[in-house]
Write a protein that binds this ligand. Structure first.
Ligand code: GLU
Length: 277
């Protein structure tokens, strides 16, 4: 249980990252590239791995909110579409087919650990309109209190361009600020923010970012997104700017390694850590 007003994450301890600080509430975002394989089939062992890890974290008294992509890709697999459509209506149709499939898969694996999940589909208006924001927040708080893991995605099948958040990195940052998380973790298929994109030669992991300036943005800009997903490093850095400027620390880390979330919750450094301001 979170003591009232507890904000125990370190702000300026570059040497130790956030080691030794307690995390009471975590928002985890899982990208499409981690959840799917062969263009559009859900990677069930991966989903099982995340369900296991997140269940363990929940049982260790850390409150968990999950933001999951993968609906469009899962829908493509189901519909037999080989190439990700560029047309909005087709993406929305794929999401409409894929979202229940995604939830069905999560539910099945979380159930093995005795953990209940809920689907929450949000769009930009749910954050911009005060009443809707409070309403979404109250729903999420009630689910969290009931030890249910909310699994959030954008309401892709109805969101027209103007009301869409557009990518789940940003959506996850909105959610993390809305529920006052202690840590936002964006899980992806790379180690974190690297000095160079793998295709441009051997780069090094940037372990710690205390200020998102133009140098960091330039690096992120040079990194293209993975196939199948929407984001890339740019949306992640934008999410980091949004979250950290509102008091939520953020990590970009690889979701390919089992145990990464446990490590982060225990206060150990992994991936790239963005300090909250
Ligand atoms: N909402 C999209 C989906 O579930 C993902 C958006 C993103 O990849 O950022 O497919």
């Amino acid at each position: 249980m979170r003591p009232s007003g507890a904000r125990l994450l370190a702000r300026d301890r570059e040497d130790r990252f956030f080691s030794g600080n307690t995390i009471y509430r975590i928002v985890v975002k899982i990208g499409t590239s981690l959840l799917t394989r062969d263009g559009g089939h859900l990677d069930r062992p991966r989903v099982a791995q995340f369900a296991r890890e997140l269940s363990q974290i929940l049982k260790s008294e850390v409150e968990v909110v999950l933001v999951s992509s993968g609906a469009i890709a899962a829908g493509m697999g189901e519909l037999g579409w080989k190439k990700r459509p560029s047309e909005l209506a087709k993406k929305q149709a794929a999401a409409a087919v894929g979202q229940p499939k995604l939830m069905e898969t999560y539910r099945q694996f979380f159930r093995r650990s005795g953990v209940k999940v809920a689907q929450v589909l949000l769009t930009r208006e749910d954050f911009e309109n005060k009443k809707r924001r409070q309403n979404a927040q109250a729903t999420l708080e009630t689910l969290i209190e009931s030890k249910v893991i909310p699994i959030i995605n954008e309401n892709d099948s109805v969101g027209v361009e103007e009301i869409r958040v557009g990518d789940n990195d940003t959506l996850a940052a909105f959610v993390a600020v809305n529920v006052k998380a202690d840590l936002l973790v964006l899980l992806t298929d790379v180690e974190g923010l690297m000095t160079k994109h793998p295709r441009q030669g051997a780069g090094e992991l940037i372990p710690y970012v205390s200020n998102i300036g133009s140098a960091i943005e330039a690096i992120a800009h040079a990194v293209p997104g993975s196939e199948g997903g929407t984001g890339g490093m740019m949306t992640k850095i934008r999410a980091a700017k949004y979250a950290t400027s509102r008091g939520v620390a953020m990590v970009i880390a690889s979701g390919k390694k089992e145990g990464i979330l446990k490590k982060l919750v225990a206060g150990q450094a992994a991936g790239t850590y963005f300090v909250a301001r």
